[in-house]
Structure formats: C-alpha cells, structure tokens
Design a binder for this molecule. Structure first.
Ligand code: NFE
Ligand code: MG
Length: 627
C-alpha cells in the first residue's frame, strides 16, 4: 500500500463519527440515538437508548387487581386509554369474567377513537415537520394553495379559498416576524432534503392548525363514555356507564343513577363523522400528496422484517346479547388465517416472519417460550442472570444502572457494547418484532380484509409503487394514515350496532357477577391484550390471595425501541427495530440528522410507555445532555 493510500484510509477513519441525537424531540419521553457512520456519512450501527426511568409495575404489587387499570393508565398521557383497557382485560382473563356485548362495543369505540385521534396528532404535530418546511410556506401563493387543495381534496367545501390561505400565511408570517418560532425553533429549515413546493408546505401548515382544533373536538367521545379525557374511566367487568333507552322513561335504581342518553349518543355519532371527514378530506390526501414527493423514502428505513400483533377490537356482530363469556384471550382468539372464516378480532393476532404474508404464525401470550423480555443490554438485573430472558408472568423489574455500565453523568457516550438503555428488549422466540400501524395493516392484508386490500392496493397504484414499498419509513407512515381511515369507518359500523342493541332493549354495560374477591381462586394468572396506536400492548398479571403479586407491562414502544440482544440459537446480534431501520441511512448533513428523525418518528415513539418505571426516591438518575 502506498503512503498516499495509507493517508487516504487514515483520513477516512477520522471522518467516521458517531452522530448523537439526544433528546429526540417531538416524541413523548426521552430517547437517545447513537448512530455510527462511515466516511460517506452512511449509518453502519445504531444504539437506541431510553434515558428515563419511571415505576408503575413496582407500585402495583400487593394492590387490589380491580384498581390496577387506574395505576397503569398513568403510564402514559398520550395513549390515554390503552393501558387501562389492557389492564381490565388482564384481570378479566385471570378471574374469568365475561363482559356484556355492549361493553365490547364501547371499548372498541374508545380504543378506535384513540387511534384516529393519536394518528392525526402524530402526523401533523409530531411527524409532518420532518417532511414539511414551515419556513418555505412563507413563499407560497395562497391562490395556488387553494387550487392545490381543490385538486387533492375535491370534496372539501370549507377552508379552501385563497383568502383562507392568505390568512394562514399572515399568521405564520407574524409568528416568524416576532422572532419567536417557539415549537418550530429547532427545525432544520432549509435543509436540502425538504422537497415540497411552498404551496404544499403552506397547505400542510394550515392543516397543522386545523388539526389542533379538530383533536380537541373529537376527544369528547372519550368523555361521553369514560367521563373525561385524557384518562377516561374503565371498570373490570364491563364499562362504568349505563344507558337510558328512553330519555322520558323513569330509570329504576337498579339500572343506574347516571346514564347515557340520546343526546350523548348523538354527540358520539357527530364525533365519528368529524373523524371520518377529517381523515378522508385532509389526512389521507395530505399523506398521499407528501409521500409523492418522497418516493425514495419508500425504499429505506425498513427494520427487522418481522411483525407482531396481539389483535384487537372484538367483533360482536352476531354475538348473542347480554354477557359474552368467551372473550378471553388466546383460548378463544386463536390465529385465524382462513379468509373464508369470519374474524373474531378486527385486527387479527399473529406473527409475520421475514415479510412472509402467506404464512402467518400463531402467537400464544401465555406460552413461556414465546414472548419474553431480555435485559442483556438494559440497566436491570434478573435473578436468573442478566442473559436469561423471562416470560412476563415471571418478569422482574430490578433496576441497576451503575452496576450495569451506566456512565456517570455528564457523559459523551453510552457503553453501547454493554448495557445502554432503560428499555428492555421484548422478543418473540428470540426474534425482534416491529409492532404498530404497519404490522396492523400487513396483518389485515395477510387476512385478506376486503377494505384493507382495496385501500392499500389503490394507494400503491396511485403512487405507482409495489407492495414491497410498505416495508419502509414512508410505508410505515402511510400505513398509519390508512389504518386511521379503516378504523374511523369501522367505528361508524360499531356505533350502529350499539344503537340497535339499545333499541332492542339490551342496556347492559357491566357484569357484576364475580366481583366479590371471596369467590376468586387463591392463585390466578391472566394476560390482557390490545392494539394501541403504536402497536401490540400486553399486560400480564399474577394474583395471589386477592392481591397482585406480579404485574408486567410489555409495551409497543418497548418492542420497537428496545436495544440489541443475542439470538439464542445463532448467537448473532439481534438489533431492535429502531436500530435496524436506521442502518444504511446516508446523512446529507451529519450535524442536521433529519434522516434519523424521519425514520424514528415514523415509529411514533412513546418512551413514557416504554420505560414505565421510576426511581422510588425521586432522585435524578441521568442528566440528559443536548448535543
Ligand atoms: Ni405512551 Fe402507548 C401507545 C402504549 S406506546 S403511547 O400507543 O401502550 O408504546
Ligand atoms: Mg414492562
């Protein structure tokens, strides 16, 4: 090798660097990404680290299981209903409660509303600014913007005039002129990777503002059924709301003192329509328009190629009225991949391995060798040893930061070859799994759900893309949009079912039978499941002598953000979905790692959910350094 060549290599070595994004903003909680790059600024290895610790699982020990939902709900204020619903299902599974058919429907409506609300907020307020250059919108022609909206959303009759977009532009100009960009301050405005024309940037900014108003309005569905939002109320055994079939009829005491009447139901119907209108006329067209300018993002950011769903939204059509004793978990919801058989869950349960949609694997939540959590790269200990993953029934939550290579702050790097995160690493049979909207849409597609197949195929045809385009950053983002539409439409159907049940005289929303702890077994175990907006959520509970003896929540963002593990058979490194998705990204400007944000945001992280633990003494454990 000549000296020149040697110098060249040495120079390239010095150009290698680790790009650190800490904290990743426009997410919930604290996430740090350490991305190692080569001399061409291409990412070669990534470490995803949750840098925050909280403590719900420990707090639940020795409590009454009927109260668990209220505690677990405080894991997160973003998925405001998800943990509560998963928790009541876990307790119902453990104790063998059936719930009324109407309670299924109300839960579906609350959960569905959570999805549609959360997805719109994520798209406009958390993720869009990775694609939309707000400052460029100042160059837009309002008349062309109005024409653009008429073109991509012809059904929209309001907010579509040049005057409207002039007013939006003035608002933005005033904001910028004030010198206080506020929440827009740290954007990489002017970055060459922003590709939208100014008019599309202005249109998206207008919808950013509209979505703020819309999300407040549609949150009312939760308040009607659950008393408030965030954190609507739930109950083991059903739902804590009672119906009145006829407003004028005197309700007997046994039916309940507080009741939901025709006015409340009319409001629910109105909210579902508001959801469908905004999704159909704004969210879907905006996603397609923006995606059309970023087609290269349909070929990068894939991740681990494996997808997992627990399934959700029990389908009640055809169920006898009254109490449904058969809703409990695995035993009654086996994987159902025969498209000729009616599904029992709107989103089916299963595992897709290596993109293979024609061979969905069965998943059992209570099988000890399927779902497991590893702490081999996390700041915890397990009594059987750090490298022995545990099924959640046997799960342990023993933080150990200093003994597990947590660096003393202030630090510049984590010990990424040792332990480097507060997030555990959930695995299915040792494999990393992506959960979330893309997993949902793929699972529906694999089950030949007619609405999904039609919507996905039409979207891909419009964008002139193959099915494989879904396995990407933009595919993940588009899947989120499409499932918001699928769910808003499904909600309208579920609401019709609820109304006809009420009209037929079935007013039951709660099953009090079995509520007395003296009737419970001395030992019981149960698993609750749900699809949250960010993916598969499971709670596992062990009840001994009427009290919780172990409680483990394995959360969507834990699946996606968890750190590396070692494959038990091949002994090779298994990256988590965030880590795998970022490898191969080329950073146009390493100091402005917009590409990292695009892919990480496409998963919609919620680190509060992912690390639901806390330091019992409330002491500062890590000082987060913004680099
Ligand atoms: Ni904190 Fe959550 C959702 C749950 S996330 S937002 O969706 O469960 O991992
Ligand atoms: Mg947990």
């Amino acid at each position: 090798m000549s000296n020149d060549e040697k110098n060249d290599i040495e120079e390239k070595e010095t150009l290698k660097r680790t790009v650190i994004v800490d904290p990743v903003t426009r997410i919930e909680g604290h996430l740090r990404i350490e991305a190692e790059t080569d001399s061409n600024n291409v990412i070669t290895r990534v470490s995803s680290a949750g840098t925050m610790l909280r403590g719900i699982e420990i707090i639940l020990k020795d409590r009454d299981p009927r109260d668990a939902w209220a505690f677990t709900q405080r894991i997160c204020g973003v998925c405001t209903s998800s943990h509560a619903l998963t928790s009541v299902r876990a307790i119902e599974d453990a104790l063998g409660y059936g719930i009324p058919v109407n309670a299924h429907i109300i839960r579906n409506l609350i959960d569905g509303a959570q999805f549609v609300h959360d997805h719109v907020v994520h798209f406009y307020h958390l993720h869009a600014l990775d694609w939309v250059d707000v400052v460029s919108a100042l160059k837009a022609d309002p008349a062309i913007t109005a024409g653009l909206q008429k073109c991509i959303s012809p059904d929209r009759k309001e907010n579509n005039t040049p005057a409207y977009f002039t007013a939006v532009k003035t608002k933005l100009q005033t904001f910028v002129d004030s010198g206080q960009l506020g929440i827009f301050k740290n954007g990489y405005w002017g970055h060459p990777e922003y590709k939208l024309p100014p008019e599309l940037n202005l249109l998206a900014f207008a919808h950013y503002l509209e979505a703020l108003v819309w999300q407040r309005s549609v949150a009312r569905l939760h308040a009607v059924f659950g008393g408030k939002n965030p954190h609507p109320s739930f109950a083991v055994g059903g739902m804590p709301c009672a119906f009145s079939a006829d407003d004028k009829k005197v309700i007997s005491k046994k039916d309940s003192a507080t009741r939901l009447d025709s006015e409340g139901l009319a409001l629910v119907e109105q909210v579902i329509k508001e959801m469908q209108t905004f999704v159909n006329q704004v969210y879907v067209p905006d996603t397609l328009a923006i995606a059309g300018y970023y087609k290269d993002w349909f070929t990068k950011g894939e991740g681990v190629k494996n997808f997992l769903t627990y399934g959700d939204f029990p389908l009640t059509s055809g169920m006898a009225s009254g109490i449904d004793q058969n809703h409990l978990l695995d035993k009654f919801y086996p994987v159902n991949i025969d498209p000729t058989q009616p599904r029992k869950l709107f989103i089916p349960r299963g595992v897709i391995l290596d993109r293979n949609l024609s061979d969905v694997q069965e998943l059992k939540m209570d099988a000890s060798d399927e779902v497991q959590e590893s702490v081999s790269s996390s700041w915890y200990d397990y009594s059987a040893g750090k490298n022995t993953p545990l099924h959640p029934y046997k799960g342990e939550t023993t933080p150990n930061y200093q003994g597990n290579f947590g660096p003393t702050p202030p630090y510049t790097h984590l010990n990424v070859d040792q332990s480097y995160s507060w997030v555990k690493s959930p695995r299915w049979k040792g494999k990393a799994m992506e959960v979330g909207p893309l997993a949902h849409v793929l699972m529906l597609y694999a089950h030949h759900d007619p609405a999904t197949v039609e919507l996905v195929n039409k979207t891909l045809t419009d964008l002139k893309l193959p099915l494989s385009a879904l396995y990407s950053t933009m595919g993940r983002t588009a899947a989120r949009t499409l499932e918001a539409k699928l769910l808003a439409d499904a909600m309208a159907g579920w609401f019709t079912e609820l109304k006809s049940n009420i009209a037929a005289g079935d007013l039951r929303t709660h099953n009090a039978v079995g509520f007395d702890p003296s009737t419970w077994p001395a030992h019981a175990e149960g698993a609750g499941f749900l699809e949250a907006p960010r993916g598969a959520l499971g709670h596992w509970v062990v009840i001994d002598n009427g009290k919780i003896s172990n409680y483990q929540a394995v959360v969507p963002t834990t699946w996606n953000a968890g750190p590396r593990t070692v494959d038990p058979i091949t002994k090779t490194e298994v990256s988590g979905p965030y880590e795998a998705a970022l490898v191969g990204h080329k950073l146009a400007i390493p100091d402005q790692p917009l590409e990292i944000l695009r892919t990480i945001h496409s998963f919609d992280p919620c680190m509060g959910c992912a690390v639901h633990l806390m330091d019992a003494d409330g002491e500062e454990l890590i000082q987060v350094k913004v680099l």
